[in-house]
Design a protein around this ligand. Sequence first.
Ligand SMILES: C[S@@+](CC[C@H](N)C(=O)[O-])C[C@H]1O[C@@H](n2cnc3c(N)ncnc32)[C@H](O)[C@@H]1O
Length: 284
Amino acid sequence: MSPSELLLEPLSSELDYKRAEKREKLIRLANSVLFDFKYKKHFEDLMQALNFNYDKVIDGFLEYNLDSIFELPGNEIYSSIGNRFTLYIHNLLQGSWHIERQQTICQFMEGLHLHYIADIGFGVPSLYIKNILNNNIPIKIKLCDLYPSAFLFSSALLRLWDKDWDRKISYIQTDMDQQDYVGFFDLYIFQDSIEHTINPTAYLKKYVNESPPHSFFLLSLPIGPIIPGHYMAWNSNEEAELWLKFCGLKIVSQKDVYPNLDVDLFANDLGSEFHNYMVLCSKN
Ligand SMILES: C[S@@+](CC[C@H](N)C(=O)[O-])C[C@H]1O[C@@H](n2cnc3c(N)ncnc32)[C@H](O)[C@@H]1O
């Protein structure tokens, strides 16, 4: 063994140790949701409906969360059902920023007179959808995404939430990269999704130009470094505000949501300033 290899040896075992520690922590976090008495039977039903099992759920969770966020393979990761389980587990993880992000969306919606919502790059059905179904609120929702895994997972989940879910919710398969326009709505949601398309500026401008004058836009934008699968990054809220203005939007409400580093392990690589800038906007 050469001297330089000898020097590398302790470093690589330290990295292995850290990785093993992170893996163990991630499995504990996933289990805290999967075996929570509130969700245990729910997840068993979901796995059965999707012909999935615990090991595959954990594999998907580790694939998304174990390595540094800078090593993610890009957007293809969203094509698997395992990834949809991961997004759903995140949404239920106690203390996570995902919970605060979902609550913020519900708060932003209060007081808006909505009839039709489009959620683009919706990922998995989230809290505001559960509220609309549970409280029989007369709002119709179009869930839009590129990957069939989103629709397969969503249908299985929505069926467990409400057997008549399809009276309020329907789907559009859309590709933001093709600048597909999903139609006229009162509210367009882009929660951590618009930065995944190759030209977010042209795409958002198109939506602002074509949407009805009264429509609102709810976006959550990651403020921090660019990562694989993203095509745009904002260094500060101010930079994001200028971009929104350039696209023809005016901010009505805003909130910063910071990750909880004990739970949102992905954020450990992203620096202490990293956060979600959540904004509700009207058209200029
Ligand atoms: C980071 S996830 C956000 C999911 C969800 N909105 C949330 O915040 O939890 C990005 C979402 O964008 C979708 N997506 C990625 N590229 C897309 C494209 N070109 N067109 C439409 N959806 C896309 C992915 O399938 C995924 O559901």
